[in-house]
Design a protein around this ligand. Sequence first.
Ligand code: AMP
Length: 437
Amino acid sequence: MSPSARPPAKVLLQAIKGTHDILPAEARLWQAAEAVAKDHFELYGYREIRTPVFEATELFEKGTGQTSDIVIKEMYTFVDKGGRSITLRPEYTPSIARAIIEHRLYLEPAPLRFYYIGPMFRYDKPQKGRYRQFHQADVEVFGEADPAIDAEVVEMADSLLAKLKVEGVEILINSVGCPKCRPDYLNALRRAAETKRAEFCPDCQRKIETNPLRIFDCKVERCRELAARFPLITDSLCRECADHFAGFRSHLEAYGLRYRVEPRLVRGIDYYTKTTFEVVTSHAGQQNAILGGGRYDGLMREYGGPDMCAIGFAMGIERLLEAARLEKKHNRFVYIAYLGEEAKVKAAWLAKIFRSKNIECLLEFKKRGLKDQLSRANKLGASWALIIGENEIRNKRWKLKNFSTGREHEANEIDLMNLLLSESWPPLVPKQNIEGP
Ligand code: AMP
């Protein structure tokens, strides 16, 4: 690129539209939420699986579906230097299914339970709660056909949101049928839509032919009004799907979970069969769906793998953090303030010991006076400052400043180390025996 063809520096110094940096203070909240989610999934027997950020484009075309908005409009697809069509994953399910088939994980005793947390990419219209690079926690179970698992997955999502103090949660459920009952329903939808064809947006007019179920995803007000009068899939389910749905509901009730049947909840992905669900919250703003998922009993077979049923959900982490009431974790650590070369060497050695004992500790090498170092420690939110000046080195007694009480204490090396290494570290009020005068 010639220098004159370069975009102006201002553009270069901005994150790409629809993407965002997660700065350290916010990253702490992410870490906290992710840690809670991972522990929660592990409690239910899920194990982490990690797959590459990009895959062959056909994986999503075939899985997510040719008629889904994701495949039609939202994929980040490019041709790599080897001439392959590559797509940054817009969702995780196809990658997991691919990995299971590729590594023959299906030969392991079923059922298989996996989770993953990471970035997804969709060329969506950026707005609050909707980004082009966003993050999902994704959970999938393979090889469980019983509707009890559908309910357990929803219960797991619900109790996770409770742990993360998300309020105003509502569970929406539906069944989208199966290849046996859905074709008749699609024909009924097509007939209903045909009578109002001219009133639909061009996108929905196309959907009448390709997949009229997708009309329910349309955000255009008039299309939504028209779709509200469409026949309901819950009235067209075959015996098997109706029984499955009834089983799902009764298991949800056994958990004491309140839910609402939302017969227009088809979700924007083509592979769903039987159960679909979404959890929305009044606290996440306009984009109120925190998580969504469903059953996809045909996907593994579609990919040429074994006939293995599956169910899963994906939770948007950005939306979760918008709604969760997470406490900012107090970052408790010792700041070592020192003066002079001898103290510096001592301080570096002590820092190594603290860290080896899992005590977070910071010392900095920029030249500063003791007063400046203490004010810096305070600004950084240190719990303690350990002060090693020339006098302290001479007297072999160090000072410890407790930032929460503002008190300073003096003690010998052993006592101070014991205090800071004690089980209850870092006690906000030091133990009596090292209080000193
Ligand atoms: P989906 O994969 O479309 O079923 O979405 C599952 C969840 O991912 C949604 O409920 C959102 O919380 C989140 N999500 C989906 N798309 C976006 C996006 N563009 N930006 C932020 N979060 C998203």
